[in-house]
Ligand binder design. Structure first.
Ligand code: PLP
Length: 239
């Protein structure tokens, strides 16, 4: 059934559906749909798919793999200079220069060393790299993101680095169909975001919510949802 669905619909159709899901979720909690940005997650997808989404009006894209992302950016930046590229995957410190040289945003900063290297390696002719701190909110035993009590010290470092701009927080919550648990984690993140905003009033980004937990994320204050499979279809290879 799902396969039929994907054959019948185009990327433009599915993008429109994603926008209407965002609008409906926003209306349910009295928020302006325009206060929530849609990041199209194009990992594993060919550049033709990115161009199809671009032609349907999409301008910001998320990539998870440094090398794959850098190749796509290099291939597309000549013809599509107004695409905004977001890095949303795990990053080893020996790969920071690729992110610093190619991307506009980096969502998964969780260590001082990574922040420092991104700052030092950001080319002077580029605008500062926009940064979200990744919070480890998941009940699962995962190592991505920092513990909540480390948020403020890391934010302090990032705010001092001239080639980085602190924009907010990002998290990948527990993969669960349990709405209660989704809401609990999202509301913890929202509280952390409010705390961070007291210290850094200019932050504006709470990056949370994916294809399966969009409603809970938006009702908890998400300002950027990251949607992949609901726009581009199932991933071309496992991640
Ligand atoms: C893959 C990915 C997404 C998109 O997930 P979908 O379930 O395909 O919408 C969002 N955020 C991150 C960090 C991802 O790695």
């Amino acid at each position: 059934m799902q396969l039929d669905n994907y054959i019948m619909t185009t990327i433009a159709d599915r993008l429109a559906i994603a926008h209407s899901r965002i609008a409906q979720a926003a209306q349910k909690c009295d928020r302006q749909p325009s206060s929530i940005r849609l990041l199209a997650v194009s990992k594993t997808k060919p550049i033709e798919d990115i161009i199809a989404a671009y032609q349907a009006g999409q301008r910001c894209f998320g990539e998870n793999y440094v090398q794959e992302g850098a190749e796509k950016i290099t291939a597309l930046k000549g013809d599509y200079p107004d695409i905004e590229w977001h890095f949303i995957g795990p990053l080893q410190s020996n790969k920071t220069s690729i992110v610093a040289q190619h991307f506009d945003w980096m969502h998964t900063v969780s260590r001082d060393k990574i922040a420092q290297r991104l700052n030092d390696q950001r080319p002077n002719e580029l605008a500062p790299l926009n940064i979200c701190i990744q919070i480890n909110i998941s009940a699962e035993d995962t190592k991505s993101g920092i513990d909540t009590d480390q948020m403020l010290p890391l934010a302090k470092l990032i705010a001092q680095l001239p080639n980085l701009t602190l924009r907010g927080l990002m998290a990948i919550p527990t993969a669960t169909a349990d709405t209660e648990l989704q809401l609990k984690e999202f509301s913890t993140l929202h509280n952390l975001f409010q705390t961070l905003k007291l210290h850094y009033p200019s932050i504006d980004t709470l990056s949370m919510g994916m294809s399966n937990d969009l409603d809970a994320a938006i009702s908890s204050g998400s300002t950027m949802v990251r949607i992949g499979s609901a726009i581009f279809g199932e991933r071309n290879y496992p991640v």
